[in-house]
Design a binder for this molecule. Structure first.
Ligand SMILES: *[C@@H]1O[C@H](CO)[C@@H](O)[C@H](O)[C@H]1NC(C)=O
Length: 181
């Protein structure tokens, strides 16, 4: 008898809970699903008078790693419409990349693309994944976004457009494909 009552009470609370959840549903703003392809160029500047990157950690090893394994870099790289650094600024790539492979140059990327231009001004995309720098085209997952890119999911293809062997500076073409709301 007592267990029946207890079950009844439990069911009642479950009902209350589901009612509360259901009531919340229509207050959740969710636009139409959209598909967007963005193309821009990232400028990663390691040296010179105005570097856009900063080495924030290096591995404490006795033998030097050929892949700089363990090195963590913080970046605030400009994103431009065209490949020239003087081209129109569309956003900034702000975040971390780290050498995550002992055998080849492969990066762990944890970046936010913060857009400043036009209709995407104030919106951002979050990138989290592996970037095999010398594998031709690197592919990284887009794991989320904000503003115009709410609930974003997709992928980013990175291709080195130009790189300077001496300074290490690089211009990388990004093609980003996202589904968002
Ligand atoms: C982007 O948004 C900021 C803040 O709302 C504003 O100050 C700025 O003028 C905008 N830039 C462009 C290019 O629309």
């Amino acid at each position: 008898m007592a267990s029946t009552k207890l079950f009844g009470l439990f069911a009642f609370f479950l009902l209350l809970l589901s009612a509360a959840v259901a009531e919340d549903d229509h207050r959740f703003p969710l636009g139409e699903e959209k598909r967007t392809h963005l193309r821009f160029y990232l400028h990663d500047i390691l040296g010179g008078p105005e570097p856009t990157t900063l080495v924030v950690a290096t591995a404490k090893t006795t033998s030097k790693s050929p892949t700089l394994f363990g090195t963590v870099v913080m970046a605030d790289d400009p994103l431009t419409e065209g490949p020239e650094p003087t081209s129109k600024l569309v956003g900034r790539a702000q975040g971390l990349y780290a050498s995550a492979s002992k055998r080849e140059v492969a990066l762990l990327m944890a970046m936010n693309f913060a857009f400043v231009g036009g209709e995407y001004n104030g919106s951002s995309l979050a990138i989290l994944g592996r970037n095999g720098v010398f594998s031709g085209v690197g592919e990284m997952p887009v794991v989320g976004g904000s503003g115009r890119f709410r609930l974003a999911q997709g992928y980013a293809l990175a291709r080195t457009h130009r790189s300077d062997a001496t300074s290490g500076d690089a211009t990388v073409e990004y093609n980003v494909y996202v589904v968002h709301h």
